[in-house]
Design a binder for this molecule. Structure first.
Ligand code: NAD
Length: 401
């Protein structure tokens, strides 16, 4: 395995570069290239997933890792987690590659950062891949509960999607209260859900309990059939491209990024956009465009933070480092996710008061939190030791085999 840190002079050429603390290029013995970027660790160690994608070039992959790692700093800050932002990207087709040696290399590179960055699964990688990473480094979270050595950690590990859906549901309720000022209830509303995968289907189940009328779409016919079996006659199914122009009150993107763009924004008839997908805005100016069209956009990284809250709680419990002083049990974790509604309310109010789009308001709130915070080594330890907090295997229980 080879790696080198990229020089800030070189990184300055990338628009997505934002004085990242460290950007490391690595190469596996087989020649697969990837990058780890640590954006900011003022609030705590950087946490963010490991993405594998068939990028067209190293420049494209580097742009993505710079953008995504910065996004994680903002997401973790608004979610009130004592964590910074980082990300890994690997250039390659996740369905064709021999993942084992790649994941071993990822584990070694992550380990070389000595806890400055903690990785997790992301698109193109799986829990099983993280088990391979964990054979090389303790700095990994989001492991399958049964793979974590030690006592009863199961209540905090595992699939985060139902909790991401719960956070979205709370965020939707907050957005509805803000937009309609109590004059309309969820039971009066129609929600158009794009993508009924792990998060989208769970969100539909929660909304259905409130009597919401659902319009759903997916590119998977099997997925649609399964959803209809579960949701019953309550749903209307439309073709994937039609979802942008259905008569609904809320659009919930739960499939892809970049779905809010010049073309789709013109077609949308909804009052509110609130869903789980990452990077919904194709470009930053689409935040302003939605604001001017009086469509209330709930920033994606605020409403979909349930997954990172799960990963964070698992990490705090396994490491023994709990600078947020959280009760590290499932009930508290769920309550933390439910506070997504409060975060959404705060951001929408801030947007209204300052006359700025919600995405800009969320960024401002995040910056207030992480720019004004001292580096974690000064503040974050819960221990009495003078050593900085260690996310390494406290009590020897973190590594999986
Ligand atoms: P998933 O893969 O389980 O589901 C995505 C669904 O979207 C699939 O059913 C897929 O067939 C469908 N889809 C793909 N292209 C589509 C298209 N053009 N039109 C309609 N449907 C399409 O993924 P997920 O875990 O449910 O995540 C959904 C989104 O939420 C992703 O953007 C993900 O990054 C984001 N997210 C997920 C979590 C989590 O906990 N799973 C956390 C934060 C953010």
């Amino acid at each position: 395995m080879q790696y080198k840190d990229l020089n800030p002079d070189f990184l300055e050429k990338f628009e997505a570069y934002d004085d990242h603390e460290c950007v490391r290029r690595f190469e596996t013995p087989e020649g697969v290239v990837g990058f780890v970027a640590v954006h900011n660790t003022n609030l705590g160690p950087a946490v963010g997933g490991c993405r594998m994608h068939a990028y067209a070039s190293e420049e494209e992959a580097l742009t993505d890792v710079l953008r995504l790692s910065r996004g994680m700093t903002y997401k973790n800050a608004v979610a009130d987690l004592p964590l910074g932002g980082g990300k890994t990207v690997i250039i390659g087709n996740p369905y064709e590659a021999d993942k084992k040696p790649i994941m071993q290399t990822v584990g070694q590179v992550v380990d070389s950062l000595e806890g400055q960055y903690i990785t997790a699964e992301d698109s193109g990688t799986s829990e099983e891949d993280m088990v391979i990473v964990a054979q090389q480094t303790p700095y990994v979270t989001g492991l399958p509960p049964e793979k974590i050595e030690g006592s009863d950690y199961g209540e905090l590990g595992g699939n985060p999607s139902p909790l991401t859906a719960l956070g979205c549901y709370e965020g939707i309720k907050a957005a509805v209260a803000h937009r309609y000022k109590g004059e309309r209830q969820l039971s009066d509303l129609t929600v158009a859900v794009q993508g009924i995968g792990a998060v989208g289907l769970e969100l539909c189940k929660l909304l259905k309990q409130d009597g919401v009328k659902l319009i759903i779409t997916d590119v998977s016919q099997d997925g649609l059939k399964r959803a209809q079996d579960i949701l019953g006659d309550h749903v209307e199914i439309v073709a994937p491209d039609v979802i942008y122009e259905v008569q609904a009150d809320i659009f919930a993107p739960c499939a892809l990024g970049g779905v809010l763009n010049d073309e789709t924004i013109e077609r949308l008839k909804v009052d509110i956009i609130a869903g789980a997908s990452n990077n919904q805005l194709l470009k930053e100016h689409h935040d302003q465009m939605l604001f001017e069209k009086n469509i209330l956009y709930v920033p994606d990284y605020v409403i979909n933070a349930g997954g990172i809250v799960c990963a964070g709680y698992e990490l705090f419990r396994r490491s023994g480092v709990n600078s947020g002083h959280f009760e590290l049990d499932r009930r508290s974790m769920v309550a933390h996710v439910e506070r997504t509604g409060q975060a959404v309310t705060r951001i929408l109010k801030m947007s209204k008061d300052k006359g700025i789009p919600p995405g800009a308001a969320a960024d401002l709130l995040a910056e207030e939190k992480f720019l004004e915070s001292k580096p974690a080594n000064d503040t974050a330890s819960d221990t009495t030791s003078e050593d900085p907090p260690s996310y390494c295997a406290a009590g020897g229980t973190t590594m999986v085999h």
